[in-house]
Design a protein around this ligand. Structure first.
Ligand code: DC
Length: 223
């Protein structure tokens, strides 16, 4: 069973998806981390983003793995490095390259093969897992999303102004929503949850209830 959670940055996807997965005992896949790890690789190797062949070849020599909640790029633990503001600035530009999306598609499907999973990203319900049994689209106002991101950065000891965080989110929303391939959009069969005035627990409960409703009577899950 696949629970697909999509939405813009700061909408609460990661927090909610992780907790839902924990409550249900499902595997959790953060697909943003895959795009971030690849970004790190391309930045390290100085690959030109305007050269699709070079990007494609770089992907072919890249290994991205998840082990115990940690992300490994070519065997190296990059869990913290992929959250760097420098990666934030570049990742949307890499995620819009058609060959990148095409090549990362099978990896995402492979990672959840045979496991009940909560998958999180921008195109889970629309492109990667269109057959997902439950689809959720989380949103929140831009100012609320920016303030969440800003508090998160401060709590990690990173220095940032709220204004810069808000402008960066706005820029990424724009790139993610307007790209040609797999843009951020609501799947026709997704349930939209506005998290602006909701607590994390409330949103988690709503998603868990959607999963239970979907399987009510099937005997697949017991509440
Ligand atoms: O969720 P996040 O902020 O970690 O995602 C980082 C970037 O990766 C984001 O700008 C959009 C991109 N992304 C994407 O295009 N498709 C996904 N399924 C996940 C993330």
């Amino acid at each position: 069973m696949i629970v697909a959670i999509d939405g813009p940055g700061g909408s609460g996807k990661t927090t909610v998806a992780k907790l839902v997965a924990k409550k249900l005992g499902f595997f959790y896949l953060d697909t943003g981390a895959i795009y971030r790890a690849l970004t790190l690789k391309l930045m390290k190797e100085g690959v030109s983003l305007n050269d699709p062949l070079a990007v494609s070849q770089a992907i072919d020599r890249t290994s991205i793995e998840f082990r115990d909640d940690r992300v490994f790029l070519d065997g190296e633990d990059v869990t913290l490095a992929i959250r760097d503001p420098e990666v934030d600035r570049v990742v949307s530009l890499i995620a819009k390259i058609p060959v990148v999306r095409e090549k990362l598609l099978p990896l995402q499907r492979e990672l959840v093969k045979g496991r009940n999973s909560v998958v999180e990203g921008r195109d889970m319900g629309t492109v990667v897992f269109p057959e997902a049994e439950v689809k959720v689209f989380l949103t929140a106002s831009l100012s609320e999303r920016a303030s969440r991101r800003w508090r998160e950065l401060l709590s990690k000891g990173k220095d940032a102004s709220l204004e810069d965080v808000l402008n960066d989110l706005k820029r990424r929303d724009d790139i993610d929503s307007n790209r040609d391939v797999a843009p951020l959009k609501v799947a026709p069969d997704a349930v939209i949850i506005d998290t602006t005035y909701k607590s994390v627990d409330e949103v988690v409960e709503e998603v868990v209830q959607l999963v239970l409703q979907r399987y009510k009577g099937s005997g697949f899950l017991s509440p």
